[in-house]
Design a protein around this ligand. Sequence first.
Ligand code: ADP
Ligand code: ZN
Length: 699
Amino acid sequence: MSRVVQVEPITTARALRGPFDYVAPEGAAVGMRLVVPFGHRDVPAVVTAIAEDSEHELADVRRVVEPALPPELVELAFWIADEYCSTPARGLSLMLPPTGVRAKTALWAAAVAPAPAAEADPAAAAEGEVRLNDAQRALLASLPRFTGPDTAALRRLEGRGLVAIESRVVRRAPLNVEVGAVRERPEATAEQQAAIDRIVAAAPGERLLLHGVTGSGKTEVYLRAAERALAAGRTVLVLVPEIGLTPQIVARFAARFGDMVAVLHSQLGAGERFDEWMRLHRGEARVCVGPRSAVFAPLRDLGLVIVDEEHDSSYKHEGDPRYDARGVAERRAATNGAVLLVGSATPRPESIHAIPRLRMPSRVDGQPLPPVRVVDMRAASHALHPSTHDALMAARKAIVLLNRRGWSNFLTCQTCGRAWECPQCDVTLVLHRDQHGMACHHCGHRERIPRACPDCGGISIARHGLGTERLADDLAATGAQVFRLDADVGRGAAVLAAFGAAERGILVGTQMVAKGHDFPDVDLGVVVDADSTLRFPDFRSEERTFALVTQLAGRAGRGTGPTRPQVLVQTMDPEAEAIRFAARHDSDAFLRAELVRRRALRYPPFATLIRVVCGAEAPGAAMATALTIVKALRAGDEPGVQVLGPAALFRLRGRERGQVVVKADERGPAIALVRGVVEAISGDKAHKGVTLSVDVDPQ
Ligand code: ADP
Ligand code: ZN
């Protein structure tokens, strides 16, 4: 019998790092969850190893917490801590089921014996033994089930020995889908069948990229591949970008696999999430569908891991640990001997470079992709080119993408030139008319819309730039029915449903309008300012622009109305490669050119990037620490490592920031080097008050 458990306390402090030894409780195993005395507090903890002996004096644990984590997730937490320069405790905190909830119970009633028939033996009835009125008969006929408002009536029948009532666990089910109601299982097309055959023949641990145009039927391929994995007794993990905007894929999995499907995402209530987690943990549900965080689902014996829309940046988590769910999915597939299947109409250059590809170049319905026309805006005087405006008025259903929220981007005083900025961040405030205020899109700071300039008293205030709110308003003024979709309008799914159901209308919004929904009757797509993503000073800006235009074209080209579907892309830079290739639907040529460029500039996939951001309130402190980091990294003298910076970033939430970027040929040694330097500096009193965040593969 082992007497010692090594545990990792779940705390966020970088300095407090396990393992710490305690007396092993009964039945101790890796993954067991505990509450342990730690310092002066009791903290949650996870058992990470079992030992025979310890050189320390051991304390007893306070208690054991159910359910335990599968050992695979404990191992995964350590991998994440290493791979993304974090700590085991933070890695483990990603794996935990929702806390503070329990199973919900309700009363379950069942008939003890068959109810007597209506025309019961008059003699028996006369004895008064089982005489029932019609209401009671109906009640008995409705059993077995959970009790409701009729509990008292059922209790009376229980008293007469006709009904048994017990407490049972109720499942809080988030899937509000009529199982089997969606569609039949269609005959696979030749392209689909070829892809399915290849996936089914894949070796354990093999990776495949499904590169199929929008409407090529990728979901059906996922479903068939999942069928095979389930038939082989394995489980299936399906990652989707944003569940609120992609309810269709969840519905289709639920329609095909029913109760076997669990969904896990943060918008569920804690109770629902807990129940779904437990169904997966117990093996009752063997398919899990969800966004980024679902990659930690407690599935055992994974046979297939699917990442849909693999190009989507929402797979990257922007808080410590800054994990990439695509990287974690790949790791889980590899350790489980599962097939990894990633799919997209616009795959990442990284994936094209590394993963064997299956192509599905045609749409299931045989329709061609819609023509894309590039609209040169260099001489335009309005946000919408006259030809765009005319096309919008002629279209039956249109989707308009403008990647800027709010009414206008910034305000200036026309008398003295003052610009309204966030007091905490070096950015301008965005006007939101429907919220009656101005907001900082970085820290959430809000203030009133100014009537006069506080500096000079001038009352002539100019509004610059165009956001989705104002564009939607302008279009509504033409009499069109307008639906707006951006992060400011609460329920995205409801907006999409309303647009889907409408006869005519214009859907206006940020990149949310280009996500995986499917409206067959849209005959026009418009990108208002294709340059907004291109202007972004980032090596992924080309890839993003290409993906945005292509994805929108995919949503907008199945028009079933009288006008021929088309896509208009407004730009100040009609010669830009990303736009030209997207206009020709030529993702192969785009990806080829992009990989050449990335190789020449030493960007991923030809190098690993690691970003370290220092932040501090004290003036100059962040840049000073960043400079120390640069020197320490350079002193490491790791071959193939290039250290760039420090560069000042704009002030955020009252903190100045400085950034260091590492470009490396070899991933592992570079991560180890950065981790060593960051740990030394975060423990160094000279850099007190400076926060450090490390981002491996920044987006
Ligand atoms: P993608 O994800 O590649 O954009 P979807 O999986 O959404 O494409 O499929 C597009 C449409 O085609 C959906 O309405 C889907 O139900 C339909 N579909 C897919 N495969 C078939 C098939 N083999 N036969 C008929 N319809 C299909
Ligand atoms: Zn701010």
